[in-house]
Write a protein that binds this ligand. Structure first.
Ligand SMILES: [Fe+2]
Length: 529
């Protein structure tokens, strides 16, 4: 082992608290039962009571809902990437009187229902393909059907005058479901164009699973869609939309693009929406040839990332080229008093983070050990008057030296589009020994090194969602709970944990009646008063 590897190991070990009296030991195997996280679980539950080891606060009223893959094959055909698994919704309802309930059900999407009927993976678009592969006719069908398995995130939009839950992915189509997690049906909202002729020659390409609230509103969101031009000489389009309700979308701004890029999130400030267009572009010929998104995209590492900044009041759009970065997840954005715009991202150097979720990698301990990705929590500060930008990063604390490499970032949503200090996230392979070694971290982006981390060997946590203490009760930005779902690989049981974000320790825990497979995103919906 060379001196630099030794040094790197020492640095990485510093990521988590290593007080052995609390069971932290970064040098145990720490990956027992990891495969179970990516194993089909067909169990469904509705309002099964769960019991916490400590009394729940009475102010905690509402439902945490999470979305993610829950079945990884149908009949003899398997998905090659775990993130293609059929959407399974799970929820945890807190009544405010100490009781809590757990539900979990598969989303009855068209692709799921057709697959079940035929006991075979139906030909819809996937990210990573299937084995055995689709025939050429099925690949064409898959591209035509597009992506239907909305297994990435959940939101609550208005539908007429009532709120409804929706399951979303990086596409325009979404599915509605109710508080019992029963699927209500698909929604293909009408495209908000001036004339139907404006859509002739274009096909839907992508949207994203991370709508963001319009600043100062309670139920209006921003998102986008990209339109792929099928007519030579006619450029593609990128459209920023305001989501007033499930079916009511409004164009905020639209502009032509030379290529169609994959984009999974964006940023919102009180006056601007900010897009980072990384050079990861749709290759329609490859998409048609392979019938899967991952094989139908090209990465151009020597090209810059283009940033579009849209003034949502004037609709003026600025653009700027920056050094290549793939901002898979935006963290937060806000405006300084002098008008400059801060955009914080978990930035990657390439778009291949999802490759680590290939089934062949997940189930292979040797391969998993080498599964690494490089990300960096980075602030971009844009000066649109001078058409320039600078970047800023924050040194990790001496004790937790991996906090800047987090993924699936979450914040206290009360600080959305405002100055803030704390971002929470997961660091996969935090010690460089195994992708299954996952630390939950808290990163201080106010530069005071108040980083923290939580790691339990053989326990696998999902994204941690911040539930703030109620208005009037919170004394600081990190006053509340982080809610996350762990799989305990040793007992082969899942449990929900509430974590005190101030010190990243578990305060409440309830074992669940069935295993909750790996899931991607979710959020807490407080009960309306
Ligand atoms: Fe995401």
């Amino acid at each position: 082992m060379t001196w630099c590897v030794v040094l790197l190991s020492l640095l990485l070990v510093g990521c988590v608290h290593t007080d052995e009296s609390q069971g932290f030991d970064t040098h145990t195997d720490g990956s027992q039962g990891f495969e179970l996280w990516f194993t089909t679980n067909k169990d469904e539950k509705e309002r099964a009571p769960i019991y916490f080891d400590n009394p729940l606060p009475t102010w905690l009223k509402g439902t945490l809902i999470r979305n993610g893959p829950g079945q990884f094959e149908m009949g003899k055909r398997k998905f090659l990437n775990a993130i293609d698994g059929y959407s399974k919704l799970s929820s945890w309802t807190f009544s405010g009187n100490g009781s809590a309930y757990f539900s979990t059900k598969f989303l009855r999407s068209e692709s799921y229902k057709e697959s079940r009927t035929n006991n075979n993976v139906a030909p819809f678009l996937t990210f990573g393909g299937v084995a055995p592969p689709f025939s050429d006719i099925e690949k064409a069908d898959a591209v035509g059907h597009q992506l239907d398995n909305t297994n990435v995130n959940v939101f609550q939009y208005m539908d007429d005058d009532s709120p409804v839950f929706v399951a979303v992915s990086d596409v325009w189509k979404l599915y509605e479901f109710n508080s019992s997690l029963s699927t209500l049906g698909p929604v293909n909202a009408k495209h908000p164009v001036k004339e139907p002729a404006d859509r002739i020659g274009f096909i839907d390409s992508m949207s994203c699973a991370h709508s963001l609230p319009e600043y100062g509103t309670s139920d209006t969101y921003f998102n986008f869609y990209s339109s792929l031009s099928l007519i030579p000489g006619i450029k593609h389009k990128l459209t920023l939309v305001r989501i007033n309700s499930v079916n009511d979308r409004q164009v905020v701004a639209e502009w032509d693009t030379d290529k169609v890029a994959y984009m999974h999130s964006f940023g919102v400030t009180p006056n601007y929406v900010i897009f980072f267009i990384a050079p990861y572009f749709v290759n329609i010929e490859e998409l048609l040839l392979h019938g899967s998104v991952g094989d139908g995209m090209d990465w151009f590492p020597k090209e810059n990332t283009t940033v579009y900044i849209v003034n949502t009041k004037t609709r003026q759009t600025y653009n700027m080229n920056i050094s290549t970065v793939m901002a898979l997840h935006h963290i937060n954005a806000f405006e300084f008093p002098d008008g400059k715009i801060a955009v914080d991202v978990a930035g990657h150097q390439d778009p291949f983070f999802s490759n680590v979720f290939k089934i062949s990698n997940i189930y292979n301990v040797t391969s998993r050990a080498h599964s690494k990705y490089r990300t960096s929590v980075t602030r971009y500060i844009f000066d649109i008057k001078k058409n320039n930008y600078i970047t800023q990063t924050w040194p990790d604390s001496d004790k937790y030296q991996c906090a800047s490499t987090l993924e699936v970032p979450t914040i206290n949503e009360h600080y959305r589009s405002k100055p803030y200090c704390f971002v929470y996230g997961s660091v996969f392979n935090f010690d460089g020994e195994d992708f299954a070694h996952i630390a939950l971290v808290k990163k201080d982006v106010c530069g005071q090194k108040r980083d923290k981390a939580l790691y339990i060997p053989n326990h696998y946590p999902t994204e941690a969602w911040f539930i703030p203490s109620p208005p009037g009760g919170a004394t600081s930005e990190d006053d509340g709970y982080l809610a996350t779902i762990f799989l305990d690989g040793t007992t082969k049981k899942s449990y929900i944990a509430l974590i005190d974000p101030k010190n990243m320790t578990i305060t409440h825990k309830a074992i669940l009646p069935t295993v909750v497979p790996f899931n991607i995103h979710g959020r807490f919906f407080p009960d309306s008063v």
